[in-house]
Design a protein around this ligand. Sequence first.
Ligand SMILES: C[S@@+](CC[C@H](N)C(=O)[O-])C[C@H]1O[C@@H](n2cnc3c(N)ncnc32)[C@H](O)[C@@H]1O
Length: 257
Amino acid sequence: MDILSPAIADYLDDLVPPRPAELQRMEAYAKSHGFPIIEPACGQLCYQIARTMGATRIYELGSGYGYSTAWFAEAVKQNGGGIVHHTVWDQDLSDMAKAHMQALGYEGLVEYTMGEAVDAFRQVDGPFDIVFMDIDKEGYPTALAEIKRKLRPGGVLLIDNMLWSGRILDHSDDSGATQAIRECTGMLVSDQDWAVSVIPIRDGLLVATKLTLEKSPPGGGDFLCVQAAPLPPEQARAEQGKETQSNKDILPETQGE
Ligand SMILES: C[S@@+](CC[C@H](N)C(=O)[O-])C[C@H]1O[C@@H](n2cnc3c(N)ncnc32)[C@H](O)[C@@H]1O
């Protein structure tokens, strides 16, 4: 089952601003080789979330040849620099990603790990602003505890394929992958430390914000809220005065429409 009709999916992708030629080549490769990437509209949403949060530390679990990485790296670059962790267990895909990131001008912004993504994630120090998970679906539920530990308060967890082509609604589908997606969704929505939405874009992007317990004034109850992460005052003032640049001005080597 398509989550979106092909016409709507194409419409949403067509709304995304023109992209660098290298990113377009990565999209063409995915089409010609049937490789699952998050595609333009979902990439743009990931970029937008990262940019809005001012994210500078992002960890990707399951990065393929780096298409999703490129969207996060562009946001981190525009946020003033930082690091995006690329993890995949195929050497060829890791090498392809390095070449693509270099061509896109993201050297120094991406760290590459070849190996099992959750094991690699356990080895790094947090905290992270964003964790993006796109590994084999059976691995989703067990990764959650470590992700929760390493996300900063107010940090965001993004998970791809959470509608799984509608298979989550098919009660006769008890495959390991489908059950794992159901379990992962259930764990997040029943945990009051998360605010969760599943956005029906592409194959369903789950967006979960890690909440913090705020103390109310005397007499009021404690409440869970999204921890605001304001920019330091000087940086906020500088940003306020800046003229808005269009993506066209920012992105290198854009090609046509
Ligand atoms: C769906 S693709 C990722 C695509 C990428 N996020 C994008 O949109 O461009 C998932 C990739 O992660 C790899 N992978 C799956 N499970 C993994 C795991 N547990 N550890 C490392 N890599 C994994 C797969 O081999 C594949 O290359």
